[in-house]
Design a protein around this ligand. Structure first.
Ligand code: SF4
Length: 256
């Protein structure tokens, strides 16, 4: 459980609104280290946070969700940043309990039930990893999506986990200025129009004038994977008829 009450988190969060990302990261490390980790998807917008963390606490653990669907450029970029910044990365994978389900439905699950796909490949592995720490540093920004506009610097998550969003008040321009200032690399697909990069089947390049996340789950209602929404605090994907049907059939087979 968190040592902070919900009210204390709200008050602290308000105080941190005026602090720089580096100051917020330093506060988080001083308060929670070593029970703290960063999550990263290793795209261009991840670079400033990874660079700051590597300077403030080179021992910090970085969680990467290896969904099995990443662009090879993302995996190469992860390796490049690991080498150049000396990052300590831990890959997270889908839980083995879903092996049978995914062998039957996993291949194009992102088409039929993307929320379930994200839950199994991203949300649940992250929930599991976060049980090993007290605090989670994420790189989300308010200017990225409508959902993220209401995010707070500090958020109280499931089981008392404290989520820290040090770059919340930054803009896309701040990200690029920081990358230029420190002469840091960009994801190889950035120049090809990929402004926000996730799994390959659910990401396309954007055209001029489009929102930077318009290429994520394009043509679907979905805009978030669930790590930064209420889905993270749920114990399973809501309303997945595919999964419910599978569980029902498995139970019937077991009782025969
Ligand atoms: S982004 Fe797409 S492929 Fe990746 S976990 Fe989510 S739905 Fe599945």
């Amino acid at each position: 459980m968190s040592a902070f009450t919900s009210l204390e988190i709200k008050q602290l969060s308000k105080k941190l609104e005026d602090q720089s990302p580096q100051q917020i990261i330093a506060w988080a490390i001083e308060t929670f280290s070593p029970q703290i980790a960063v999550s990263s998807s290793f795209q261009t917008q991840s670079v400033p946070l990874l660079h700051m963390v590597s300077k403030i606490d080179p021992e910090m653990l970085i969680f990467f969700l290896d969904t099995g669907y990443h662009f090879w450029e993302t995996l190469m970029f992860r390796e490049q940043l690991q080498r150049e910044l000396g990052l300590k990365i831990q890959n997270l994978y889908v839980d083995g309990q879903w092996k049978t389900f995914l062998s039957r439905f996993g291949r194009d699950l992102y088409e039929h039930d993307p929320d379930l796909c994200c839950y199994l490949r991203k949300v649940q592995p992250m929930q599991k990893a976060m049980k090993t720490v007290r605090a989670w540093i994420s790189g989300i920004r308010r200017d990225q999506t409508a959902t993220r506009q209401s995010a707070q610097i500090l958020e109280l998550e499931r089981e008392g986990l404290i989520k820290i969003n040090p770059l919340l008040n930054w803009t896309r321009q701040n990200v690029h200025e920081y990358i230029r200032e420190y002469n840091l690399p960009s994801h190889p697909l950035y120049e090809k129009g990929y402004r926000s990069i996730g799994c390959k089947p659910c990401t396309r390049a954007v055209i001029v004038g489009e929102d930077e996340r318009a290429g994520r789950w394009a043509g679907k209602e979905k805009t978030e994977c669930g790590l930064h929404t209420e889905m993270f605090n749920q114990d399973g994907p809501k309303n997945s008829t595919l999964l419910q049907g599978f569980i029902l059939t498995s139970n019937q087979e077991e009782t025969r």
